[in-house]
Design a protein around this ligand. Structure first.
Ligand SMILES: *Cc1c(COP(=O)(O)O)cnc(C)c1O
Length: 626
């Protein structure tokens, strides 16, 4: 190839994908391997999986990316300790709710073993998962969330196994439960308390931060709790103070302020006699989804290294001032640890193009507005671009109005619509070579193509639907070829909400994604990046589209990969049983219907066989397009 242009910068891939992703000369997105090994091409992975019968859509998890984030967080704390002369240690815990998948948790625990990495459980099922995982004896098991007696009993009993299970008291009532259960069992628990910080943070969870948070104890309740604990002889069990700001905190100033306030509580509680040794700052460490490095909903204005330095510095300063030993720092960073490790891959099934290369044959008797419409072509290229756009839209709308009033027929309307699409292709071509601003930008925005993706937004990207989460989205192939189309993606549910129409590009958010023309004999795959946090179990069965395939791979550093784990997509029979249908009963009922039709002579025996086979095949098949 004489010249090898790369179009990946268009998508900002070099910015948000830094350290993880690249593009090779063939225009394919590649995954960086550990220790500077050879990168692995993502389209090659897709092809190899497809040969094994694992087709898109699927979630691809990369072990190495998971390890990398966890180690980066731990190393950042170690460096911050060194540079600030901090005397305490860091004990991270993984909040199970962020990604509960067994494969993820067990891999994290394995990598985290030498780091004394622990777990955070926010519910009874999560506690049961946490108790089943092999962990370092020095690691923590932090229990947050509302807890009933059986939760508290199990957590307290685990102290007998030498586990550092900390029950974080979230309300005054909860202490009564802890008191009762541990007295019954004769076991001293490790206790924590969740304090409600008054500082509010910016970002998506602003409204539920500060004193509007539904979690934790305010100043008055804290004082009451300490008195009660003292009276009951439990104050010596209170070793940890917890606070949590909410997820994806975009501004480092908020993190610093919150850490400083947490220290104030820590110092005061210690002065009241609580033997606190652990300061738990919860989650909130954000992911820079857009790579813009600014305090915005989908970005953050800090690196993990800055986060750690800021937190450690703040704590060291406050503790030194109060002449207290440096506590063990705990964070419950979930999103940062798992977000990068998963990529959702779907194939494009087809497109509705909002333009046409074919010019309609206008006829002499056609309405003059149709002739006016077609004449717009003559002045698109000049500096009358905006005027041409206004005119085209006006004539088209007038022609539609004529049709509604019965003044033109369907064939003439068809020529008008076709003529407009022809002009759209001319507008788009012209717009590619000039800077379009103002009204024209918005008008052209309504000419974007629909690409149909083989996925369900509700199942696989729930936060895109629910909270307008932005993920980097990129065609995985042909990035050495200019993407000549602008598209939004529609999923295969029958819900008009099932679409992706916000994207991250090099120059910020965009209402359309640059894509290539589809080729008849070539699959076109799209990657949605950084979907490892919160997406997997939040998804739902809208239109009964089930779980997609999940494949975990490791990179071999030779350009290849190994499959570490595979979970097959839900079959239709499985999905039906989730909503309480028995697939066998359904098959029986269908059989009877066909049998009656046979008896009535509506179908013959061959057709009967075909119908039953088709039903059975579909039951055993997947919910997405094959
Ligand atoms: C959800 C949650 C976390 C995880 O927060 P991230 O922002 O994903 O790191 C940590 N702690 C508590 C108490 C939570 O509720």
């Amino acid at each position: 190839m004489a010249e090898n242009r790369q179009f990946s910068p268009l998508y900002g891939l070099d910015r948000w994908g830094a350290g993880l992703l690249d593009v090779n000369d063939a225009g394919e997105v590649t995954l960086r391997a550990p220790n500077d090994g050879l990168p692995t091409s993502l389209p090659k992975v897709i092809e190899a999986l497809s040969e094994r019968g694992i087709a898109a859509p699927f979630l691809l998890r990369i072990h190495h990316f998971l390890d990398q984030a966890l180690l980066q967080l731990h190393n950042a704390f170690q460096s911050a300790f060194q540079s600030t002369g901090y005397q305490g240690v860091y004990r991270g815990v993984f909040p199970i709710k962020v990604n509960q998948q067994a494969e993820v948790i067990s891999h994290l625990m394995q990598t985290g073993l030498p780091l004394h990495y622990g777990l955070e459980a926010g519910s009874k099922p999560e506690l049961l998962i946490a108790l089943s995982q092999p962990r370092s004896p020095e690691s923590l098991l932090i229990c947050n969330g509302s807890k009933d007696e059986s939760f508290v009993r199990l957590a307290t009993l685990s102290r007998k196994l030498g586990q550092n299970t900390v029950i974080v008291i979230e309300s005054l009532d909860e202490f009564d439960v802890v008191h009762k259960v541990s007295t019954e069992l004769g076991i001293r628990p490790l206790l924590g308390v969740r304090v409600k910080l008054t500082e509010r943070v910016t970002g998506k969870w602003q409204e539920s931060s500060g004193d509007r948070s539904t979690f934790g104890l305010g100043a008055h309740e804290l004082v009451t709790l300490i008195d009660r604990m003292k009276a009951a002889g439990f104050l010596d069990c209170l070793v940890l103070q917890h606070s949590h700001l909410g997820s994806q905190v975009p501004d480092i100033i908020d993190i610093r302020r919150a850490a400083a306030e947490a220290c104030r509580f820590f110092v005061e509680l210690t002065a009241m006699g609580a033997p606190l040794t652990h300061l738990d700052l919860g989650g909130g460490l954000g992911v820079d989804y857009t790579g813009e490095r600014r305090s915005d909903e989908n970005s953050v204005n800090y690196t993990v290294e800055e986060y750690c330095t800021n937190v450690v510095e703040t704590i060291r300063y406050a503790m030194d001032e109060a002449a207290l030993p440096h506590p063990t720092i705990v964070t419950e960073s979930g999103r940062f640890v798992v977000a990068h490790s998963s990529i959702f891959v779907f194939n494009v099934l087809g497109a509705t193009l909002y333009d046409s290369a074919t010019k309609p044959d206008t006829q002499e008797g056609d309405n003059h507005l149709l002739h006016d419409l077609m004449a717009v072509e003559n002045y698109i290229d000049s500096n009358r671009f905006q005027e041409a756009l206004n005119d085209a839209l006006y004539y088209r709308d007038e022609l539609r109005a004529l049709f509604r009033r019965g003044q033109i027929g369907l064939a003439e309307l068809a020529r008008a619509e076709q003529g407009f699409l022809y002009l759209a292709s001319r507008f788009k071509a012209t717009a590619r070579s000039r800077d379009v601003t103002g009204d024209a930008q918005a008008q052209l925005g309504s000419f974007v193509d629909y690409y149909y993706g083989n996925f369900s937004l509700f199942q696989s990207l729930p936060d895109v639907w629910a909270i307008d989460q932005l993920h980097p989205i990129v065609p995985l192939q042909r990035l050495n070829e200019e993407p000549t189309r602008q598209a939004i993606f529609s999923d295969i549910t029958c819900d008009s909400d099932g679409k992706i129409d916000k994207f991250i590009l090099a120059d910020g958010a965009s209402d359309a994604l640059p894509v290539h023309d589809l080729k008849a004999d070539e699959p076109y795959h799209i990657g949605v990046f950084f979907v490892g946090a919160y997406q997997e179990t939040l998804g739902d069965l809208h239109n009964l589209f089930g779980d997609a395939n999940v494949v975990t791979i490791s990179l071999d550093g030779q350009g290849g990969f190994n499959i570490e784990h595979e979970t097959e997509a839900d079959t239709i029979a499985e999905v039906m049983s989730y909503v309480e249908y028995d697939p066998r009963d359904c098959l029986d009922a269908f059989r009877k219907t066909v049998e009656r039709a046979l008896a009535a002579g509506q179908v013959n025996t061959a057709e009967r066989r075909m119908m039953i086979a088709a039903y059975k095949d579909a039951l055993a098949g997947h919910t997405y397009f094959d």
